[in-house]
Design a protein. Structure first.
Length: 331
């Protein structure tokens, strides 16, 4: 009987202790649930404010807000060309910068005739290090630049391991993905500060949200652009300058022609034109955005995933792209 009494007393003490822990866990669980619900509500509001409300209301007068002229780098294809067209559609005069003179002439003429704006172009090869910037600075010195879009960028021929990359690819990635944004901002920002208005759009990538194996240098270069943009905004917001970091996921352009899946438009892979029409509506509203509501869903998931899950998924997807590219080369 004594043994039964001792077991009952032990059970009662354990139950009492457990009830305290259960109540504590219930409070923690309730706090976590409330916090996630509030976070979800704010994320939903931000998405509506960025991607739905601007489409329903009147468009911002970009000429009045920032100025008459916009400079767009890497503007003869893909997102750069599409973004330039969207700016022209809003009445902004366009200066295109790229390395192919024939393409520049064609795009410049098309934009001018279609949207009835002034256009100009500058031929520049950004892979040449410091070489192109004195000529660009000279060409822009008397222009009233209100918007700068740093779009020029270089992707891998196909995802690959770091040691398989040539030294030329490494230098080109640095010279094309990182240097132009710094130098172009350095050229046009003083004029914007002087008139106390202007916008700078640096096109980064969602690969900046987590380490992306087999796109190591590309992801790192886009992370640089993202951090550069965010810091620059804090530095110059008080002087009337708006700096935006665009972090899109996959956009179906020639840059991803190594993959038959990623290069074709689909639900989550918009065309450059579709993406640009959404992204431009976020200008002046968000300093860091994917620019596209479907990409916003992916980016939010990507940022909150454990790093190893993101890296595993990226590695799996990049290996498929690499295998496809190598197979097509053999054929």
């Amino acid at each position: 009987m004594a043994a039964v009494d001792r077991f009952y007393l032990l059970y009662r003490e354990i139950s009492r202790s457990c009830s305290v822990y259960i109540e504590a866990l219930a409070i923690v669980g309730a706090w976590y649930t409330v916090r996630k619900c509030v976070s979800l509500a704010f994320d939903t509001y931000r998405m509506l404010r960025l991607h739905v409300i601007p489409k329903l209301g009147s468009e911002i007068d970009l000429v009045k807000q920032y100025g008459k002229w916009a400079v767009v780098t890497g503007s003869t294809d893909g997102v750069g060309k599409a973004y330039a067209e969207q700016l022209a559609k809003r009445g902004i005069n366009i200066i295109l910068i790229s390395q192919n003179k024939e393409k520049l002439e064609a795009v410049s003429r098309t934009i001018s005739e279609t949207y009835q704006v002034e256009t100009d172009f500058i031929v520049a090869d950004f892979s040449k290090g410091r070489e192109p910037y004195p000529a660009i600075k000279e060409a822009l010195k008397d222009r009233d630049i209100g918007i700068l879009v740093n779009n020029v960028g270089m992707f891998y021929s196909y995802p690959d391991y770091f040691t398989n990359l040539s030294e030329d690819v490494l230098w080109d990635m640095i010279n094309i993905n990182i240097a132009p944004a710094n130098m172009m901002v350095h050229i046009v920002l003083p004029g914007m500060v002087e008139k106390r208005k202007g916008a700078i759009v640096n096109i980064s990538s969602a690969s900046c949200c987590q380490p992306t194996p087999m796109l190591t240098i590309y992801g790192a270069s886009k992370t640089y652009l993202d951090y550069f943009s965010r810091a620059l905004h804090y530095e110059y917001a008080s002087k009337g300058i708006f700096v935006q970091s665009l972090t899109p996921f996959i956009i179906a352009t020639k840059m991803l022609q190594c993959s038959s899946i990623a290069s074709k438009r689909s639900f989550f892979f918009p065309s450059a034109e579709e993406y640009a029409s959404h992204a431009i509506s976020t200008l002046g509203l968000s300093t860091r955005t994917t620019g596209y509501w479907k990409h916003a869903i992916e980016f939010t998931l990507g940022e909150h995933l454990p790093e190893w899950i993101w890296a595993w998924f990226a590695l799996y997807f990049c290996r498929i792209m690499r295998k496809e590219a190598l197979t097509s080369k053999v054929k």
